[in-house]
Structure formats: C-alpha cells, structure tokens
Design a binder for this molecule. Structure first.
Ligand SMILES: [Zn+2]
Ligand SMILES: [Zn+2]
Length: 146
C-alpha cells in the first residue's frame, strides 16, 4: 500500500482539496487547516501528507524563524487598545499586553535576547515556525484530475 503509486480515496480527498486551494491562489496550507477542511484528524492528515510528499503528489515547506519575523513585521498595523500602551516591536500594534519572546535565538538553544511583541505576533510566530505547510505539485494537478 505504502509504495503503491495511486492515491487512496482518503489521499485523493486531500490532494483534491490542495488542488482547489492552488486554483484559488493559496499555494501552501497548514496541516491543521487541511485536516479541518478534509474532515480528518491532525495525526491522520500528517501521515497522509507525509506519504503523499514521498510520492511527490504534494510538496512541503516550513517557515524559518527569520522568515516568520519578516512576515509579521510587514503585516498591517492595528490597535487593540484605546488608551496608550506599549508598542509591539514587530508589527507596531499598541497593546496593553506585551509578551517576551526569545529571538533571534530560541531559549532552548541558549538564547538570552528577548523581544517584546503582542500576543497576536507571538501566537502567529509559533504557528508559522512550528507548522508544516503543503501544496499540491504540478504532477498532482496534471494527473489527479486526468
Ligand atoms: Zn505584533
Ligand atoms: Zn515565544
């Protein structure tokens, strides 16, 4: 089964979803959202996606710490607080709650330096850097719908 080149029904559902995403201009989608949209649990989605990646039906990518920081630094500014608060070092939002985050070196890698960022940037950073994103390959677009 593992080496069989043709996708199973469940795999086909995942591929079709990613092909639709690609047509809608969404190149990469997180495992979480794929699982949600295909009605399967995250662990199953993970296994299915890894097997599809091995057979080149989907390609995977991850986001590095620096890439995530750049993405967050360019997102639109918004403000949660009406009274003056503190400014998020990354997105510039004025927020009553700033969170300390170890950057550019992770705390577990011995990083001492921290940045003060808003809860949104903090959650988004960890989501971006701790997720795997998938995209349907050219091969999938050509063959799965043939
Ligand atoms: Zn922020
Ligand atoms: Zn953090």
């Amino acid at each position: 089964m593992r080496t069989h080149p043709e996708p199973s029904a469940q795999e086909f559902r995942v591929i079709s979803h990613l092909i639709r995403c690609r047509h809608d201009g969404i190149r990469f989608r997180s495992t979480n959202l794929i699982a949600q949209h295909c009605g399967i649990n995250r662990r199953t989605a993970n296994t299915v996606l890894q097997q599809l990646a091995q057979r080149e039906w989907v390609s995977a990518r991850t986001v590095s710490d620096n890439e995530a920081h750049e993405l967050l630094a360019t997102k639109a500014r918004y403000s949660l607080a009406t009274t003056p608060g503190s400014e998020c070092e990354w997105c510039g939002a004025i927020t009553p709650v700033l969170e300390k985050h170890h950057h550019p070196i992770k705390a577990r890698d011995g990083g001492q330096e921290t940045v003060n960022i808003c809860g949104s940037c903090h959650a988004e950073f960890h989501f971006l850097t701790e997720s795997v994103f998938y995209c349907a390959t050219e091969k999938a677009c050509l063959e799965a719908l043939a």
